[in-house]
Design a protein around this ligand. Structure first.
Ligand code: FE2
Length: 421
């Protein structure tokens, strides 16, 4: 369920007369669809099919699944049509129980057919039908709301496409590049300072007002905050290296119990994608291997590593209420994303920032009935909230109320931390 307020919705089944909104959606739709293909343009045919782990999906699957979403959420209800590709729903339904059976997620990499060309033709057909629907001026506010959800959904998958490809190519001993990056700077990170929230009191957090938001960002509600302070920037790679060199990965007292279990079981000694070669720390990026830049925000951390670092640093992770309260007042605009490597910045939007908050419903939250309600609400168990967006988040996709969520052991996202105390 979304809380789109671009369109007033008096009767969800009457044809929309908001033509300016439809016009914006046509442009947004075309731009978002082009971006997914542009992200894939440097790939080789083999890159599209392989799945490197159960949590990741092949690029071809992302291209097909985001298209399937428009077919079942927009076209099928609006046009009352049957499946455009009989049999494909099982392959490209991700987790929607209301929409039927699904191919197991860990086996997506075994789906060599339909071939990439067939998936690209499917994308074109669905795009054509969506544009015809918008041109017909018969789309209802309900249809437009689902289209807007589909656009935001595809943007989420664009970031996953990047993180899944990065994980895939890291498995290759050649550590291949698939994008270029600007030369890394050699400057030091800005000195870490603190933004104080000096007086205890009640704040309001959560989405309200104009613009798209996911259902999990509301309802807006009150929270009590004790006095706290938040760092002016995320923890840098240089600072995280000091944690490593101080034995942080060998000191169980710094770790949550589940985190220490993960360190032992997985043999973690550094963030994902870091390697130490003859005392020289390097990292895998979308442009291949490069030296650690001490000024860059540390990323590819699990919640456990972020939490252990914060404890080592004499601080803690912020709650999401603390983060949102200061982000909305002091952080300015999010960093311009889509660079695919975090750059030194005192702003937000370089790396997702793990919070100390479990992903749970806000007071008064109710998931919508049907498939739409499965988007966010049913995952509110066993995951932690991340805030802020990353260098791989599509431009304009994030906002201060945005709640991302992953299991605490996940490391393949562009996730770091900002200290609180
Ligand atoms: Fe999805």
């Amino acid at each position: 369920m979304t809380q789109s307020t671009r369109t007033p919705i008096p009767d969800p089944d009457a044809p929309s007369d908001d033509r300016s909104f439809s016009h914006v959606l046509v442009q947004d739709f075309q731009a978002v669809r082009r971006t997914s293909l542009a992200l894939c343009s440097p790939l080789e045919p083999e890159d599209f099919v392989i799945q490197s782990m159960a949590d990741a999906s092949p690029a071809k699957w992302h291209l097909a699944h985001t298209t399937w979403f428009f077919e079942v959420m927009v076209l099928a209800p609006a046009l009352a049509i049957g499946p455009l590709r009989p049999g494909w729903h099982v392959l490209f339904n991700s987790y929607y129980e209301a929409l039927g059976a699904r191919h197991p997620r860990p086996r997506r990499g075994l789906v060599t057919r339909p071939a990439l060309d067939e998936v690209l033709a499917y994308r074109q057909e669905v795009e054509g039908r969506v544009l015809e629907l918008l041109a017909s001026k018969t789309a209802t506010p309900r249809t437009l709301e689902m289209l807007e959800l589909g656009l935001n959904h595809e943007q989420q998958h664009q970031e996953l496409l990047v993180t899944d490809l990065k994980h895939l190519l890291f498995q290759n001993p050649l550590k291949p590049a698939w994008r270029t990056l600007p030369e890394a700077g050699s400057t030091a990170a800005e000195p870490l300072q603190w933004i104080e929230w000096p007086a205890a009191g009640t704040v309001e957090i959560g989405h309200q007002g104009d613009g798209f938001a996911y259902d999990n960002e509301g309802p807006r509600h009150r929270q009590w905050l004790e006095p706290f302070a938040l760092a002016t920037r995320p923890v840098s790679q240089g600072e995280f290296l000091a944690f490593i060199e101080d034995g942080g990965y060998r000191e169980p007292r710094l770790w949550l119990s589940d985190g220490w279990d993960a360190v032992q079981r997985e043999g973690w000694e550094a963030p994902l994608y870091w390697t130490c070669d003859g005392g020289c720390w390097r990292q895998f990026t979308v442009a291949g291997m490069r030296d650690i830049d001490p000024a860059e925000p540390a990323c590819h951390l699990s919640h456990y590593e972020a939490d252990a670092y914060a404890r080592w640093a004499g601080a803690r992770l912020p709650t999401e209420a603390e983060w949102e309260t200061l982000a909305s007042k002091h952080f300015g605009a999010a960093a311009d994303a889509d660079r695919l490597q975090p750059s030194p910045s005192g702003n937000w939007g370089e790396v997702w920032e793990w919070t100390a908050s479990a992903y749970a419903p806000y007071p008064g939250f109710r998931a919508a009935p049907g498939a739409e309600g499965e988007y966010n609400g049913k995952f509110m168990s066993g995951q932690m909230v991340l805030r802020g967006g990353s260098c791989a988040s599509p431009p304009g996709h994030v906002r201060p109320t945005y709640r991302n969520f992953f299991p605490p052991s996940a490391r393949w996202q562009f996730a770091g931390l900002r200290l609180a105390r």
